[in-house]
Write a protein that binds this ligand. Sequence first.
Ligand SMILES: [Zn+2]
Ligand SMILES: [Zn+2]
Length: 1023
Amino acid sequence: MFAGALGCKVTDKFKTNSTQALTPDYRPLELEKEIRAFWEQNNTLRKLMDFKEKNSKGIVGYVEGPPTLNGIPHVGHARGRVMKDLRYRWKTMQGYFMPFWAGWDCQGLPVELEVEKLLGVKNKRELLERVGEEQFIEECKKAIMKYHREWVKLDSLLGIFMNHDKAYWTYHDSYIEREWQYLKRAWEQGLLEEGHYVVAYCPGCQTSLSSAEVGHEDSYMIVEDPSLYFKFKLTDSQDEYFLVWTTMPFTLVTDTLLAVHPEAEYAKIKVNDEKWIMAKQRVEPVMQELGIAKYEIVETFSGSSLEGTKYDFPFKDLVPKQAELEGKHKLVHRVILEDFVDVNTATGVVHQSPGNGEEDFFAAQKRGVPIFAPFDDEVRFTSEAGAFSGLFARDADAKVVEELRKRGLLVEVKTVKHEYPTCWRSHHKLVWLARKEYFIRTDKINARVLEAVGKVKFFYESPKNRFLTFLKEGKPWCISRERVWGAPLPVWKCEKCGEKTLVASKEELVANAIEKPQGHFELHKPWVDRITMKCQKCGGIMRREDYVLDCWHNAGASPYARFTDAEFAKYVPVDFLTEGIDQTRGWANSLLLEHVILTRKAEPPYKAFLFQGLAQDAKGRKMSKSLGNVIEANKLLENQSADVCRFYMLRKCSPEGFISFDLSELRGRPYQVLSTLYHLSRFLLQNAEFDGFNPEKHTLEWAMSQSQLKKADSWLLSKLQEAVQTYTEKLETCEFNFALGILEDYVIETVSRLYVPMVRKELWTDDPETLNRRLSVYATLWSVLKTVTLLFNPITPYLSEVLYQNVYRKLDAKLHESVNFEDWPKPNEQLRNVALEEDFKTLLKCVSLVYSARQSAKLKRRWPLSKMVVVAPEEACNALKDMAELFRELANVKTAEFLEIVPAYTSQEGWVSASEGDSQVFLDVHRDERLLGEGLMRDLARRIQALRKELGYLPTDMLDGVYVAELDDETTRLLKPYLSEMEELVRTKKVHLPSSREKVKAQWHECQMDDRKVYVAISQQEA
Ligand SMILES: [Zn+2]
Ligand SMILES: [Zn+2]
């Protein structure tokens, strides 16, 4: 309800304001929609980038960490993009050019699995049979475009100023060709090689995974496995056995060695009529676990004495190949000594399956023991595994246990729940397998990699350490994948002599092809597979090695692959990147390794890297599809303001922290901060416009030259310089949460809660005598609020643009067409006054003492009092005396005395006090009729002001009349002397006090004032 009281109409001025400038309430969703359209119409994003490319004071290199287009973006993604956009807008305002161009990660396992799901196929075999490679690739391209639309929408809603016109796509031929250059360099340096190696293999995805992928955030899960104790009999003894433990019984099929620790003490124990060998320190706990009470240690010896001891492999009848192996190498089925044997768990005797374990593999390899890995692509045993042939590895567990039982070798089998790595995409339990793969021998350049990473700034210790620990492992990087949708491995191998060649461009490929490709040809399977070449060595036919590249290699090639040579030279190493903490094993890692290979230098591709914590739900639980607590970003932004979300995401915790995203918190403090800035700006606009403020003429210099700046103004300006300085420093160190704390405190506390009450009364009047003073306050607020608006721009770009257009540009048409073209504020040392800030600290402390003294006497702040006495050290007294007028105004006390000793009269009745440290405040609480009347008037004025606002009047609107009815005679008498002051306060031509409502026909509003009811009406004729 806005109009109607006494037939009043909305004024023209009100109409103009409500439709063209700022609505009385902050409605971010509507504003953001308007600003999006404004940016669109004015082509702001592109104009800005073009302008900065031509007019910058320097370059800030950047390459986009490409989101994988295999799913819908959630709030965690949104938070990451907000941090990137913060950097872009901030650095742009500082005068730099940053190539903030998009990029999309399009290939690899995550996309393939998503498409397999869409197509409803269960595994790779079914995929190739039912769909075929060509069709599958089409489907992958369709799928990424679907998700691409979601990401573009997110950027638009969130107000991310990333340029999508110059996006890179990791599946484009041009990109893949440049990615191949990295491999060419590796090839030239002898770092790219084929080899057998134990890799983690996912039976579901039917591909090997890199060690980085195995350590992925999502990979470890609690699973159930058998816990099996069994015996291997010593060949040269009738009653002696090794006691062994495993959680993977199927690996007994590929067992070829037993390992013990050379320095540990081992024991032979007698159990019934058998003797078992195990680590001595494990005897008691293991016997306890097995429930064996009767046993005795008959002998102890060091592990080294067991070296070469032969044991009976129990399944030679089931797996004849195992018997063959014994003939091939003398160490097969004997004990070896290894330091990696852990004698603190299990029995300290470890069975070795070089075909299924990394350490086992190395142990066998260095002794020349043959690797036995009889598995097919689906991790089923092949015919070499004899009786186990056709069984999926993990399904062989039961058969192994059963066969041990039959042979009297089973001691105990139970189930354990333990953490075990699963596939980060499909969550199948991983199996370690020795396979033929392609590796980049990053282990050979580990020292250079570590030197390079030492030059990177990481901002926070814990993610940095996590990254370094991982890098120090320095394992060879398995880059081959037995998949379809990926950049192909560009290695061709001769069928006859095994000669290999690496081809690193499309042109070279076509030139060397025996048959030139006909029709469509792209750098993907199956097209590249159709290219065959002639072997230069023997004339045989060369075919491509049937692998695609690890998707992390694909994305990690971006610094070179997404740019031209000239751009690469200009932008790389890039200045700053930020991605999720999971990227320590992902993009951050592959970028670094590839760059060191490409440049052959100990140079990182990025100078600084900020790892972000991940997003969790309100209760701090990980967001996951199974819990149903994933917050999709686009859905969120349908009903929530992007600015409020952006502020919240940056303010709630440090960027490295895991954010517990709680929707209910958005409406609280984040909204309040932005709303306060909005209302302060609106307050400035209305008053400044009313008084004809001209920012070009009424500058701070002008105000100073007129001697119109008061201490409060200087204090506010001084505090601003401090805020600009520390805020910028905190952005630099990526402490976004603290940076925003500074802004929040400045807006809410300094400007809104403290400064505005100091000047509100001065602005209320329209007395021409004091016009210059009012213009000076506007000059101060203009400087302060405009600066704050600019500081907010990287955080809340919509609100900053709204205020820039509707307040600043409205009053100064010469300003830029968008806030983004403004320069980043710098602290002005001339406006800084630390001594004054100290004085204000003293003043504000004493004001709050007055407030607490008032509270103890139940005296409202609005009620004027006659006298206060402040007792404080000399220096403080002098500062307060200098600001006595302001102090009396804020304290709402008529007279003040500043003393160094407590005067005796304050101990009399009628005085209350409050103190803090060396300052003490005494208040005279006695109120005569004049003070009572003025207090009543202030109480009433406040009700009327609230009503004015509720009815939609602008603070500058002059009302024709205000009616207050049903006051008792005493109140009326006390009020009468203050009616003209009240008229000024509530901005009306006349205040009437009719004894009853009936006397005036009006729309009455009931107001509660302490324990009584009063009735107020407002009359206003059409202007
Ligand atoms: Zn998988
Ligand atoms: Zn050949």
